[in-house]
Design a protein around this ligand. Structure first.
Ligand code: PHE
Length: 358
């Protein structure tokens, strides 16, 4: 027994992994292990012999099991210590500069450019949720239920739980609901733009189901259509970094503005490239008009005291025009080669004095 004990305690202490320990366990105290075989001999002993050998064998078995368990936990402690050592990571180290740095998506770039231009004209930036209520997206904007404008927008509706009879929430179809939210929180007078993502079920070269708009809203006591026209012309010149761009104001209709105008920009499509300011084509870039009195009232602003203009411009559209990107769908393909080609250096903040796109 002493021989068994010395041998196994030494073997266990030398075992290098769990598999070796398991093999030793089977060999020593498994069903056919050496200690178990000894225990089978107990039957052949005299009662006196058995009284001594029985407890001694049991003690030996316990001792070997305890040694196995101790060695197992020592091995796993060592494995953990090794992992902690080799996987150690200093999260306070500065980032490594990459040979192919990431670039800013043209939409982020254009959004910054638009914000810089309107900030210079005194517009603050407002935001609203992309999932909005039926009321903010439609009713408050003078688009009641069953109004044809709802169908024209190809709205994505959110699901409601069974038995919930409230009108479904929508993925906002335009940034105009932020007009109402801003009127509620800021009151009059005010000047805001709201850039952000919007959704409509539409898909072709100039339409994607998620796209971006920037809403503009200016409210004061004596704002007119002339102010709107000046603002947009100033914006377009600054944005396209040219002295003259031809705009076309077309009479139009929106339920939330009266009168309303859509604005197109002169452009040409040559060999699949879009050029701004020349050619015989027009690309629609925005809808606009004087805010409807009912919309002011819905936002808690007295239409007898205040009036204003609003516009909603397609960010993706003006990005395509400015940077000659022929297909809108490529904006959302996440193709790295495309991003490297059309992307912008991440640390160049567009400003009017520093140059917008340089
Ligand atoms: N919300 C309109 C659209 O998405 C654009 C618009 C905004 C028109 C503000 C007039 C005033 O088509």
């Amino acid at each position: 027994m002493d021989d068994l004990r010395t041998r196994y305690i030494a073997l266990i202490a030398a075992a290098q992994d769990e598999a070796a320990l398991e093999a030793l366990r089977v060999q020593a105290v498994g069903k056919k292990g050496e200690v178990s075989l000894q225990m089978r001999q107990l039957g052949k002993m005299t009662p006196e012999e058995r009284q001594v050998a029985g407890p001694a064998l049991n003690a030996l078995k316990d001792e070997i099991n305890a040694a196995l368990a101790a060695r197992k936990s020592a091995l796993s402690d060592a494995a953990l210590a090794e992992r902690l050592r080799s996987e150690w990571l200093d999260v306070t180290l500065p980032g490594r500069s990459l040979r192919t740095p990431g670039t800013l998506h043209p939409i982020s770039q254009v959004r910054e450019e638009v914000t810089a231009i309107f900030a210079e004209m005194g517009f603050a930036v407002a935001e609203g949720p992309r999932i909005d209520t039926d009321w903010y997206n439609f009713d408050a904007l003078n688009i009641p239920a069953h109004h044809p404008a709802r169908a024209e927008m190809d709205t994505f509706y959110m699901a409601r739980a069974a038995g919930d009879n409230r009108p479904p929430n929508v993925l906002r179809t335009h940034t105009s609901p932020v007009q109402i939210r801003s009127m509620e929180t800021m009151g009059a007078p005010m000047r805001i733009i709201c850039p952000g993502g919007v959704y409509r079920a539409d898909y072709d070269q100039t339409h994607t189901p998620m796209f971006h708009q920037v809403e503009g809203l200016a409210i004061d006591r004596d704002i007119s259509m002339a102010n709107l026209k000046w603002c947009l012309e100033e914006f377009v010149k600054a944005f396209f970094e040219v002295d003259d761009v031809e705009l076309r104001f077309r009479a139009s209709h929106f339920p939330f503005t009266e009168p309303s105008a859509e604005v197109d920009i002169r452009c040409s499509w040559q060999d699949g490239t879009l050029k701004v300011g020349e050619g015989d084509d027009w690309l629609e870039i925005l809808g606009s008009g004087m805010v409807h009195p009912k919309v002011l009232a819905a936002g808690g602003i007295d239409p007898e005291q205040w009036q204003g203009f609003a516009f909603g411009m397609g960010i993706d559209r003006i990005a395509m025009l400015k940077y000659g990107i022929p297909d809108l769908r490529a904006f959302f393909d996440s193709d790295l080669r495309w991003l490297r080609h059309y992307g912008f250096a991440a640390l160049d903040q567009p400003t009017l004095h520093g140059g917008l796109s340089r």
